[in-house]
Ligand binder design. Structure first.
Ligand SMILES: Cc1cc2nc3c(=O)[nH]c(=O)nc-3n(C[C@H](O)[C@H](O)[C@H](O)COP(=O)(O)O)c2cc1C
Length: 295
């Protein structure tokens, strides 16, 4: 059995310093922000958290930058637009990767950890993979020729009242809706739905995957539990949608987010394990294999 990478021993015993499942349940995409700047102490806590992040499950470490728009002049600000999707945010986190296998998943994994940490601090965030001016943000990131900038997120206090446009976007993306268990999780062979009872003691772990954010809320994650009780993660890719932006495949970022929710809640609930590449993972028609959880 080949490990994707050797995890440092402490990773799966060390828990987050916040309640992960709670944060997963609480997080929503926030698109309207208060004009109050993020308190210095919170900002520093987030910066320290980012600095101490470990590699993603495929062994790469994305590069993150916190960008404060406050000191910028009007012209520069205009260049760094989000096409009106985000209102009032003055702080952003930018995530870049080298274009190597598994790096998109690692970006999803590590950036979602930051987003959950921010949520636990009472801050709003919103994954942005499409509706931002990538070239202008890339310049602020000093993006290398071999790097990609798959996503950014605003960070700030949610505005007291969401704007009507905010609600419209949420409605269009059917943000509150998630697919039922029966469409996401399956028993051996990938044909029969896995019941919530059959998932025990991994019930909350799978629920955490189901509640995750995904690009356009397409929810492309699928999980198969085999006869031996092992969980295998697959991507139900929409090839046209996922390949619209060339090398930046947002549905692979979605898979990293799912891996983050799975591993973090497993750890929180004292379920040992790590993500590995399993040579004998089941083949399921129509689904792309991503990784297996080895307990
Ligand atoms: C990889 C990724 C890219 C996303 N890109 C955008 C985007 O460009 N613009 C936007 O408004 N929302 C974007 N979203 C947010 C999703 O639309 C949102 O997560 C989904 O509708 C579920 O809603 P929720 O986050 O409120 O639970 C993105 C989410 C993910 C995971």
């Amino acid at each position: 059995m080949k490990k994707i990478r050797e995890y440092p021993k402490q990773e799966y015993t060390m828990k987050e310093d916040f309640e992960v499942f709670q944060a997963i349940k609480k997080r929503i995409s926030v698109r309207s922000y208060s004009s109050n700047p993020v308190e210095e102490a919170l900002r520093r806590e987030l910066e320290t958290y980012i600095a101490n992040l470990e590699n993603g499950p495929f062994g790469t470490k994305p590069r993150f930058k916190m960008l404060d728009l406050e000191p910028l002049d009007k012209k520069e600000l205009k260049g760094l637009g989000t096409y009106g999707f985000i209102k009032g945010a003055r702080l952003y986190i930018l995530g870049a990767i080298k274009d190597t296998p598994g790096a998109l998943e690692d970006l999803g994994y590590c950036m979602e950890k930051i987003i959950l940490k921010a949520t636990s601090l009472g801050l709003g965030t919103c994954w942005l993979g499409g509706t931002f001016k990538r070239a202008a943000f890339a310049q602020k990131m000093d993006l290398g020729a071999d790097e990609l900038l798959p996503a950014i997120t605003p960070v700030g206090y949610p505005a007291d009242q969401t704007l009507p446009s905010d609600n419209l976007i949420r409605l269009a993306a059917k943000s509150k809706k998630r697919k039922p268990w029966s469409e996401l999780f399956f028993g051996p062979g990938g044909k029969t739905p896995l019941t919530e009872n059959e998932a025990s003691p991994y019930h909350d772990v799978l629920e955490a995957v189901r509640l995750g954010p995904s690009a356009s809320n397409r929810q492309p994650w699928r999980i198969v539990k085999d006869e031996a009780g092992k969980y295998h993660l697959f991507l139900k890719e929409n090839k046209i949608y996922n390949r619209l932006m060339g090398k930046i495949r947002l549905q692979n970022v979605d898979m990293g987010i799912a891996m983050c929710h799975f591993a973090a809640v497993a750890r929180e609930q004292n379920l040992p394990g790590s993500w590995i590449l399993e040579p004998d993972a089941p083949a399921v028609p129509g689904l792309q294999y991503i990784a297996s959880w080895s307990g």
